[in-house]
Design a protein around this ligand. Structure first.
Ligand SMILES: *Cc1c(COP(=O)(O)O)cnc(C)c1O
Length: 418
C-alpha cells in the first residue's frame, strides 16, 4: 500500500496534489511519502518482533538524510557500503552500534573511519580485506567485530546485474572455503568473529532462494560452532522484491515467518538489510511532457527527466508504471517514453500503452524510491532533480534542485589552457 492515489482524476501524494509540487518546485522532482516510508519500515521491522533483530536500512537504495533520519528515529540501523554512506548514516543520528559495513572494496581510509566510529560489524568479502582490517585494527589499537560475507551459491532468479550470491559473482567468500577463512580470522590479532553474513541478490520475488541459502548457512554455523567460534549475529542481507508491474513478491510477514522458523533454534540476533522493499514504492519521479513525436514506426513522448535521473530502465531494462498526473479522458496510445539525453538507452518505457497526453502535462514514474535518485548523475550536464517529502497536507523540499553553479563548482581551469 502506498499513498499515491487519485482523487477526482488528479494524482495526490498523501494529501498534496502532485501538480502543486511540480508547479512550485519544478520538474523533474522525486516525491517521497512520509506515511508510506513509515508504514513500510514498521511493517518490515515489526514482522521480526518476536525475535532479537536489527533492521539495517540499505543506505545505497536511497541515501537522503531525511529518509535516513526517519529510519533511525524508528529504531533502525544502517547497512553501508562506503565512507560516504558512513558519513551520511552518522549525520542522520544513527548510533554507530547499529551500523554494518558491506562492500568488496573498502579502502584503508574507509576502514580507519569505521574502526574509529566503532560500528557493530564489518562484513568481510575477501581474505585480503580481512588481513587489511586486522592490520588497521592493530594500528589503531581497537578490535574489529566481523562477519564473513559468505557466498552460498544459490540462484536468486533475478536480473543478472542484481544477483550477487552465485559462485561467478564478485561478492563474498565461497561457502566451502569460508570455514578455513573463519578459523584463520578467529586467530588474527585485532579481529573478533561475531557473525555470519550473506546477501544473494535484489528484487527477489520468491522465498525459495532465501530458504536454500539458509539451509547452507545453518550448516556452516553448526560447523563453526563445533570449531569453537562464537556466532552471535546472522545477517541475512536484503533483497526482498516489490511490485513494479505484475510481480507478486512475498509479504514481509511471510518472509519474516519463514526466516524466523528457519533460524529460531540458532540463538542468534538477526540482522536484515532491506532497501527496495522499504523505499521502492514510497517514491515517484514526476516529469513534464516536452514534446510528442508521432512517427511512422513509433510514437515518442519526450519528457524532461532522463536516464541521469532514473537509470534503472536503461541498465536493467526494468519496468516502471507510468501514470498521467491529471488523468485525461482522451484514451491511450502506444509510445516510447524517453528523456532528452543523447543516448538511445535514455528511456523509461518502450512500446507502452500510455494515456494520450500533450506537451506541458505531467507524468508520474511510479516505484522510483529505490535506486532512483541515489543512482542519478549529472550526465549531459543536467543538474540533479529536487527531492520532496510529503507529510499529510504539507510537503518539504529535502534536497534542493542543483543549480548550474553546482555543476562547475569543483572545477578549475589551469592557466596553461588559457
Ligand atoms: C544492495 C544491498 C542490499 C539491499 O538490497 P535490496 O534489494 O534493496 O533490499 C542489502 N545488502 C547488501 C550487501 C547490498 O549490497
Amino acid at each position: 500500500m502506498d499513498h499515491f492515489q487519485y482523487r477526482d482524476n488528479r494524482l495526490y501524494a498523501e494529501d498534496v496534489p502532485v501538480e502543486k509540487i511540480a508547479a512550485e518546485v519544478g520538474t523533474p522532482v522525486y516525491i517521497y511519502s512520509h506515511a508510506t516510508l513509515m508504514r513500510h519500515f514498521l511493517t518490515f521491522d515489526r514482522a521480526f518482533n518476536q525475535v532479537d533483530h536489527l533492521t539495517c536500512f540499505s543506505v545505497k537504495s536511497n541515501s537522503n538524510l531525511a529518509l535516513l533520519s526517519l529510519f533511525s528515529t524508528l529504531g533502525g540501523g544502517m547497512d553501508i557500503v562506503s565512507g560516504g554512506e558512513l558519513y551520511r548514516a552518522l549525520k542522520s543520528g544513527v548510533p554507530p552500534r547499529r551500523i554494518v559495513y558491506s562492500g568488496v572494496g573498502k579502502t584503508v581510509a574507509e576502514i580507519d573511519l569505521a574502526l574509529k566510529t566503532g560500528i557493530l560489524m564489518f562484513n568481510i568479502e575477501s581474505p585480503q580485506e580481512l588481513e587489511m582490517l586486522s592490520q588497521r585494527a592493530q594500528a589503531l589499537d581497537v578490535v574489529a567485530p566481523i562477519a564473513l560475507r559468505v557466498n552460498p551459491d544459490v540462484d536468486p532468479k533475478t536480473h543478472p546485474y542484481i544477483s550477487t550470491g552465485l559462485k561467478m559473482n564478485k561478492f563474498g567468500i565461497n561457502i566451502e572455503k569460508s570455514r578455513q577463512e573463519y578459523i584463520r580470522a578467529a586467530k588474527m590479532p585485532g579481529i573478533k568473529v561475531i557473525g555470519v553474513d550473506f546477501h544473494i541478490g535484489s528484487q527477489l520475488t520468491s522465498l525459495e532462494p532465501f530458504m536454500e541459502a539458509l539451509v547452507r548457512i545453518r550448516y556452516l554455523i553448526s560447523v563453526l560452532r563445533a570449531e569453537g567460534l562464537s556466532i552471535q549475529y546472522l545477517d541475512i542481507g536484503g533483497g526482498l522484491g516489490i511490485t513494479y508491474n505484475l510481480e507478486e513478491p512475498p509479504h514481509p510477514d511471510d518472509y519474516a515467518q519463514a526466516i524466523i522458523v528457519g533460524t529460531e533454534d540458532l540463538g542468534v540476533t538477526l540482522i536484515m538489510e532491506p532497501g527496495r522493499v522499504i523505499v521502492g514504492n514510497a517514491g515517484i519521479l514526476v516529469t513534464r511532457v516536452l514534446y510528442i513525436k508521432r512517427g511512422e514506426a513509433k510514437n515518442f513522448i519526450i519528457v524532461d527527466a532522463g536516464m541521469n535521473d532514473l537509470i534503472r530502465p536503461s541498465i536493467y531494462n526494468s519496468f516502471h508504471t507510468i501514470r498521467a498526473v491529471d488523468q485525461p479522458e482522451s484514451g491511450t496510445m502506444i509510445a516510447d517514453v524517453v528523456g532528452p539525453i543523447c543516448e538511445s538507452g535514455d528511456f523509461f518505457a518502450k512500446d507502452r500503452e500510455v494515456p494520450v497526453v500533450s506537451p506541458g502535462q505531467l507524468l508520474s514514474i511510479m516505484s522510483a524510491g529505490a535506486y532512483g535518485f541515489s543512482m542519478s548523475s549529472n550526465y549531459n550536464s543536467r543538474p540533479r532533480a529536487a527531492e520532496v517529502m510529503t507529510h499529510g497536507a504539507e510537503y518539504r523540499v529535502i534536497r534542493e534542485r542543483e543549480s548550474y553553479d553546482d555543476l562547475t563548482r569543483l572545477e578549475t581551469v589551469p592557466n596553461w589552457v588559457e
